[in-house]
Design a binder for this molecule. Structure first.
Ligand code: ZN
Length: 87
């Protein structure tokens, strides 16, 4: 399920509180689009197996509307993950 408007606003406020993201590092424009989906970065031990449904980092993609440069922000580090799970 995509993030609701309220959830997206929560993520945007968490980014703004940290003065993020600033201008795009690639094209220098400032036209970011917060994707409405969460992406998970899968984690595994060095040399260990890849496990579907295993440990992961929940992140939200922020895409430059000019060049497509995509940043991933960890929702746990932003401090919004627990709240997003409840809404
Ligand atoms: Zn860009």
């Amino acid at each position: 399920m995509p993030l609701s408007q309220q959830q997206r606003q929560m993520v945007i406020e968490a980014l703004q509180k940290r003065n993020l993201p600033g201008s795009c590092q690639v094209c220098k424009h400032n036209s970011w689009v917060l994707d409405e989906h969460i992406t998970y970065i899968s984690l595994s031990e060095p040399g260990g197996p890849f496990t579907i449904g295993g440990p992961s980092m929940p992140c939200v993609p922020l895409v430059c509307g000019n060049c497509g440069n995509t940043l991933l922000f960890n929702l746990v580090v932003l401090g919004v993950w627990e709240t997003l799970l409840k809404k």
